[in-house]
Design a protein around this ligand. Sequence first.
Ligand code: SF4
Length: 446
Amino acid sequence: MALTGVEIFKLLPKTNCKKCGHPTCLAFAMKLAQRQASLDACPDVSEDAKRLLGEASAPPVRPISLGSGEKAVKMGEETVLFRHEKKFVNPCVFAVEIKDSLSEPEITKIVEEVVASEIDRVGQKLRIDAIFLSNTSGDAGKFEGAVRTILSKAPAVPLIIATSNPAAAEAALKAAADKRPLLYGADESNADAMAGLAKTYKVPLGVYAKGLEALSSLTEKIKSLGVEDMVVDSGSRTAKEILAGNTLARRAAIKKNFKALGYPVITFAQRDDHMLEMLVAALGVTKYSSLVVMSSIEKWKNLALFTLRQNIYTDPQVPMQVEQKVYKIGEASPDAPLMITTNFSLTYFIVSGEVENSKVPSRLAVMDCEGLSVLTGWAAGKFSASKIAQFIQDSGVEKDIKHKELIIPGYVAILSGAIEEKLPGWKVTVGPREANALPAFLKSRS
Ligand code: SF4
C-alpha cells in the first residue's frame, strides 16, 4: 500500500536543507505522498530509505516507454481511477495493424498513411502513434522483411512486434534492435523463451492470458524471470469484456496496489464494421486502455478518437490553451483586418473557424489569459485594456500591417475607449458579441 506523508517523512533525513526545492522535509514528504515530487530531488536520502520509498512511490500502473527518438511514447504511470481525482497521465497509444502476409506495396501504403495521420490540434501533434505488425504469415523471414520495410519508410514510428513464435520474434527484434519495440505474444506456453528475448533485447513484453487470474499468475512468473516492463492482455475482446477486464485490472492496481496487474493494458478493437471499431476504440480510450490496436486508418475515425483522447487526457484543473501569438488566417495581406481574442482553446477554435468561414484573410491576435474565455478573462482582469495594449505593442504586429485598427470582441465593448487611450494612433472597432456573426461582419467591411 502507498505510504502516508508522515510515514514517508520518517524515512527522510529531516535536516530541512531545502536542496529538494521544498522548505522542509515534511513538505517534500507530503508532495511525495501525492506523487507530485520525485525522490531523486533529495540528494541525501539513504539507500535503505530509497528502496522503501522507491517501492512506495512507484505509480501503481508501471510506466512503459515504446519506441525511441522523437515519436517514442509512454504508457501507464497512472495513479487514479477517475480523471477528476487528479488527471490521467499518458494518453492511450493508437496503433494500426499491419499483417506481414500483405505485399510490400500494401505494407508501404499503410505505413505512409500512419506517417500522414498527424494533425495539429490546440497546439498538440496528434497521430496514429504506432504500428502493430502481426506475424499472420507464420514465416520468420517474411516477418523480419516486413519489419525492415516498415523501418525503411518510417524509422521513427514505434513498432509492436506481434508473434507467439520465439524464432520469428528474434528475427524481427534483430532487425529493430535499437528501436525499443514492444514484443507482444508471450503466453503460458512460450513464457520462458519470450522473457529471455525481452531481456536480451531490452524491450517491453506484451503478455497474454485468458482472464485476469491467469494473467496475474503469468506476469508474476515473467517478473520472476527478470522482465519488469510488461503490457498486459487479459483476452478481453467484446466491448463488455473490455469494460469489465480493464476496470477490474485498474481497480486492482490502484485500490489494492496489486502489482501483478499494475501494467498498461492493450486492447484489440479491430472489427469489420469500422464504426463499431471506432466505438470499441473509444471505449478503450475512456476505460483504461493504454494501447488500442485498430485495423485501418480513416480520417473520420482518427478525428473522433484523437479529440476524445485529447479531452480525456487533459488535466481537468488546467484550461486548454493555445500559444499566444498573432495567427494569420488565409493569405493575410498588410491590409487584412486584425482581431483579438483570448487563448482559451475553445474560444480560439470557434473564432478562427468563423474567420475561416468568412473567407476574408485576417490576422487573429490571441492573447495569453491563462486559458480563460473573453468574458471570464475580462472579469479576472487578464483581458484588460492595458494588457491588450501591451500585448499588441509587444507582438510586433504593427510592422506587418498598414493600418492601425484593432477589432475587439463585442462582449468587451466597454474596453474600446481605454484601449485607444493606451494605444495612441490606433482605432478600436467593436466586433460582434458572438463568433458566428463574424463572417457577416467581416464580409460587410471588405
Ligand atoms: S533535500 Fe532531503 S533532506 Fe533536504 S529538505 Fe529536502 S527532503 Fe529534507
